[in-house]
Design a protein around this ligand. Structure first.
Ligand SMILES: O=C(CO)COP(=O)(O)O
Length: 254
């Protein structure tokens, strides 16, 4: 059985007081409500230790939004896999489209980061997806294939099973425009087939693939009902308990 996950990517939002408040609200929600999925958050790295303190019983998974491709050393501003491991973080997002767009990250960088994360026992949440131009040009299947192969295909079968993939079409992020459930399902099945072609169906069936891009309370249920969609990576709607909890509950209705 592959993991079912609803994860919130807080991006660069919230001061420490507001972050702490939402973390505590989420804890109380989780303690008072049965959920059919794991709940993870990726707050700004400044707040990761606070999150680990609040979720001392691992009620909620705590993820960094990025990590360095280097082990340690003179890389000002970066945080390492070792550092994340040392605070018991559960993993890290890797290759988010905003990292690609504003920081020049490529799938080769992602490949190194994913390997480092796995070596430290962290869960890499590898994000990929095509741009609007690529989709309009009918290149989306090819783009996602190349991304997946470049970032993941040096891994062993055991390693790739520990990776979570988040398909996030760039044109759907923060735009209010969502891929239709059919469009998302097409790419999720495509990614699973690409993995199956190299590692076999059994391995591919164990890899969780999340959808991200304008998931909201009113579209979550339809998206999560697709057979190859194992949950969501939520941006804007993860910033308020009211919205995020409804998305978690959309999962319960499956
Ligand atoms: O980038 C995302 C999650 O990583 C999606 O963001 P939105 O849900 O705000 O579109």
């Amino acid at each position: 059985m592959r993991r079912k996950i609803v994860a919130g990517n807080w991006k660069m939002n919230k001061n420490v007081i507001d972050a702490q408040q939402l973390m505590i609200q989420l804890l109380s929600y989780k303690n008072n409500n049965a959920t059919n999925c794991e709940v993870w958050i990726a707050p700004p790295s400044l707040y990761l230790m606070m999150a680990k303190d609040i979720y001392e019983k691992e009620e909620i998974g705590v993820f960094s939004q990025d990590m360095s491709e280097h082990e340690s050393g003179a890389y000002t501003g970066e945080i390492s896999a070792d550092m994340l491991e040392s605070i018991d973080a559960n993993g890290s997002l890797i290759g988010h489209s905003e990292r690609r767009q504003y920081h020049g990250e490529t799938d080769s960088h992602c490949n190194r980061k994913i390997k480092l994360a796995l070596d430290k026992g962290l869960i890499p949440v590898y994000c990929n997806g095509e741009t609007l131009e690529q989709r309009k040009a009918g290149q989306h299947l090819e783009v996602v294939k190349t991304q997946t192969e470049t970032a993941l295909f040096t891994l062993s079968a055991e390693e790739i099973k520990r990776v979570v993939i988040a398909y996030e079409p760039v044109w759907a992020i923060g735009t209010g425009e969502t891929a239709t459930p059919e469009q998302a399902q097409e790419i999720h099945a495509h990614i699973r087939n690409i993995i199956a072609a190299k590692y076999g169906k059994e391995v591919a069936d164990e890899v969780s693939i999340l959808y991200g891009g304008s998931v909201k309370p009113d579209n979550a249920k339809e998206i999560f009902s697709q057979p190859d969609i194992d949950g969501g990576l939520i941006g804007g709607a993860a910033l308020k308990l009211e919205d995020f909890s409804k998305i978690i509950e959309a999962f319960n209705e499956q």
